[in-house]
Write a protein that binds this ligand. Structure first.
Ligand code: IVH
Length: 692
């Protein structure tokens, strides 16, 4: 679908151009003048390119004040502007291997046309593309003279006092007889931990948060108070060394080999005192470059700083010189970027989904967009409050974000780009599935349908029951489950076990063979352990791991039904929210009926005892025991059960009537009381011995 077809987005090109121009002006004012960015750099770039494309198509609407007509942005007034002797070029971007191959063909053609000679061997150096802020550092006779920001590439700001606070930048080069002037370039950045700490501090003070480490680094570098900069712990990786013309270098002793390649330059930079990123690699061809790119596609996620791609440079400095620069970029280097995680698209509609807990989740239906390697056509809007906060209208332009495996979400809305036809969205007061009134519980952001027979809730609980970590029933996907619910054959998970193969074979898209497979898989699920059944019940906050923990303390549905809030809270790793949810679940009589039916259907509602005590042996008959602390191998519930099976009685408090106290690690007041009353204490091993 093209944008002009999108309902609510019927904006004329001239109007669109004006909107984009104004928004970009605001963004660049906020970024440069206020040091308080209102959008991510990647988002700015996308809007900028959109404006550029529109202006190309409709040049009659270009105005002299369009951001596309400006060569660069003005530095902020507080710092002195400095002309760069050698401009700071930007890098051309590639997004796939095809574009990398095209770049290789391009520089080789240029070489053949302009140098005529034989093609040089295409050997490359790959470096990580650090997501920070470029700096140019001038050293005079080996001493740091000046540190300047990139600015517009031809002039930047002199921020020397701030640069001097960066510990990874040497104030004096480790070089005995250095050239008169040396210029080093590299990337200043903030480590992720420092970035998070700064934002936490800002949040505590009620200050606006930095959107990402890159903005935080750029903002910090342009701080007027160098003491603040010093606290922020900026870091720096050097990547380019500019030496004077070769003639002046005759008297210079290089600490290491004189650089003739990028690889040597990086080594020299390291030798003279700079931090150089260790994850660089020499690559003899593009296949090796691809392997490097692939390796760091995931490797970069574990680094303590952000990278947004890799930079590939021709290794031979003479070849670099022969290739030179275009208006904007070096011909001898390129950035191969990783997929952006944010993109701009339009909201075609807003729908509301009802989950298995009855939670109503608003979802933005999007004009499909490529994001982090996948096509995204839906994004969560989380809940009613978040939707209201965004003030999203149908037809709005939005930024969607997706990182790794997380569900895509709408990050931001551009009301500035809104069409007069865009429709505000009214959150439903009734469940879109069963049409019952919905509620918004106090202190919760979630709006819920609380009708237990709501088809969406039933469908959700069935899907959860059959999911892999629960009862792992194969063949029951969304489509089949929807039919089972629609036909009224299944209203609870227990009904699944009444289904017959011939009945299933009547459903759409299901033959006799698939029906038989489903029945066989349901049969298999009857043997799944109690912990999986517990997880499958879908009690709020009880995930697969919590279910295992709870099931090992309460080895059957019957014991869990009797568990008090206190008992559950005492389990290591089970918090009060989970404990409350479990107790609440058992308070609903419908759930007791469900458990009875599941038991009749043959599901495992108890964990078989691996060490049964013969029923005729009652070694603890007439004894009263108290169990306290954490035992080395047995849970307290298990110890209790085994004492009872051996004829003993278990109580909660120590008194004169207590025969023994079984003591584990971190035992507290019960142990002291036992010692005061002179009651014998047992270790777990001693208890086991007694049981036998
Ligand atoms: S080389 C002419 N190497 O990426 C050579 N740049 O998008 C230009 N960057 O402005 C720079 N890591 O701020 C180079 N290893 C690296 C880099 C790197 C990050 C930044 C740099 C540049 C931007 C271009």
């Amino acid at each position: 679908m093209t944008q002009s077809n999108i309902p609510g987005f019927l904006v004329e090109p001239e109007e669109k151009i004006t909107q984009l121009r104004q928004l970009l002006h605001q963004a660049s004012y906020a970024y440069y003048a206020l040091d308080n960015p209102i959008m991510e750099d990647a988002v700015y770039d996308q809007l900028y390119h959109e404006l550029q494309a529109l202006e190309q198509e409709f040049p009659q609407f270009i105005t002299p004040d369009s951001p596309t007509q400006r060569v660069g942005e003005k530095p902020a007034s507080q710092f002195v502007s400095v002309q760069h002797h050698i401009p700071l070029y930007s890098l051309e971007n590639a997004f796939d291997f095809g574009e990398m191959q095209a770049w290789e063909v391009r520089w080789q053609r240029y070489w053949q046309t302009n140098q005529g000679a034989e093609l040089p061997t295409p050997e490359y150096v790959c470096e990580l593309k650090i997501d920070g802020s470029a700096l140019a550092l001038t050293y005079e006779k080996g001493v740091l003279l000046r540190g300047v920001t990139r600015g517009d590439g031809s002039a930047g700001e002199d921020i020397t006092p701030n640069v001097k606070t960066i510990r990874s930048i040497p104030l004096r080069l480790n070089w005995d007889n250095p050239p008169e002037i040396v210029e080093v370039r590299g990337e200043a950045f903030l480590g992720l931990d420092v970035f998070h700490r700064i934002n936490q501090e800002r949040e505590a003070k009620g200050e606006a948060l930095f959107a990402n480490p890159r903005n935080a680094a750029a903002g910090t570098l342009r701080q007027l108070d160098a003491r603040i900069v010093s606290q922020r712990q900026l870091d720096f990786f050097a990547y380019t060394l500019h030496l004077p013309e070769t003639d002046d270098l005759r008297t210079v002793n290089f600490p290491g080999p004189a650089p003739t390649t990028q690889w040597h330059s990086l080594e020299l930079l390291q030798n003279i005192g700079f931090k150089v990123n260790p994850n660089r690699q020499y690559c003899p061809d593009l296949t090796a470059v691809q392997a490097y790119y692939d390796l760091w596609a995931t490797g970069r996620l574990a680094l303590p700083y952000l990278t947004d791609g890799v930079v590939i440079k021709l290794n031979d400095l003479a070849v670099q010189q022969g290739l030179g620069f275009t208006q904007k970029f070096p011909r001898w280097a390129i950035a191969w970027k990783y997929e952006p995680e944010q993109a701009i698209t339009a909201v075609l509609d807003i729908t509301v989904q009802v989950g298995r807990t009855g939670a109503l989740t608003p979802v933005a239906e999007l004009n499909p967009v490529q994001l982090a390697g996948t096509t995204v056509s839906r994004a969560t809007l989380h809940n009613r409050d978040r939707l209201a906060e965004l003030d999203l209208h149908i037809g709005d332009r939005v930024v969607v974000h997706k990182a790794g495996e997380i569900i895509p979400e709408v990050l931001r809305v551009f009301p500035e780009l809104r069409s007069p036809h865009a429709q505000p969205f009214v959150f439903p007061s009734h469940c879109p599935e069963c049409h019952e009134l919905v509620i918004q519980p106090k202190d919760e952001a979630v709006t819920r349908c609380v009708n237990p027979t709501c088809p969406a809730i039933v469908r959700g609980s069935l899907l959860h029951w059959v999911s892999r970590n629960a009862l792992d029933v194969e063949g029951l996907g969304e489509k089949i489950i929807s039919q089972l619910v629609e036909k009224g054959w299944v209203t609870s998970v227990a009904d699944l076990y009444d289904l017959q193969a011939p009945q299933l074979a009547n459903l759409d898209r299901l033959g006799a063979k698939s029906a038989a497979n489903i029945i066989a898989s349901l049969e298999k699920s009857r043997q799944k352990p109690w912990s999986r059944v517990l997880y499958g019940l879908g009690i709020r906050h009880v995930g697969a791991v919590n279910a295992q923990v709870i099931a090992s303390e309460f080895p059957s549905a019957a014991t869990l039904a009797q568990a008090s809030l206190e008992d559950l809270n005492a389990i290591h790793g089970i918090g009060p929210e989970i404990a409350q949810a479990v107790v609440d679940w058992w308070q609903n009589p419908a759930n007791h009926t469900l458990i009875t039916r599941l038991s009749q259907a043959g599901l495992q509602l108890t964990t078989p005892d691996l060490h049964p005590v013969p029923s005729n042996s009652q070694p603890l008959k007439g004894k009263t025991l108290v169990v306290t602390g954490t035992l080395p191998t047995m849970s307290r519930a298990e110890a209790k059960k085994r004492i009872q099976q051996a004829g003993g009685k278990v109580t909660d408090s120590v008194s004169q009537k207590t025969s023994y106290v079984v003591v584990g690690e971190n035992a507290g007041s019960k142990l002291s009381k036992a010692q005061t009353l002179n009651i014998p204490c047992l270790t777990e091993a001693e208890l086991v011995e007694m049981l036998q």
